[in-house]
Design a protein around this ligand. Sequence first.
Ligand SMILES: [Zn+2]
Ligand SMILES: [Zn+2]
Length: 116
Amino acid sequence: MSVMTPARTTGKPTDHRTTEVDITTLPWPLQQVIETALEGARNAPTNDEYFRHMRTVITASGIHTSRGEAARCACDCMCDVLYDADDPDAHLFHDGVREVPQCPGCADDHRGRDAE
Ligand SMILES: [Zn+2]
Ligand SMILES: [Zn+2]
């Protein structure tokens, strides 16, 4: 599967799709909405409920996702990036205690490895 990256042509803002955002740069009320919706998604009893919360997260954060799922970086560096969960550059590993999603930047910078 090849993912086409939209060409960055100047003067055409519609071509620019952000797939990640640092949550801490967003206005506080939006951060609250995102936190609440992420929590709701984590505890969602059904898929419908899960995606309903995900839509809230995505709308509030303004990121573009390929399949309607966003993930929040839980890397040790305290990064607060929210990103497209299906971003091929993102990374998910298990540190022995829990699954840790890493945003593309962290995966590139200090990629986590599964515990034995
Ligand atoms: Zn990160
Ligand atoms: Zn990191």
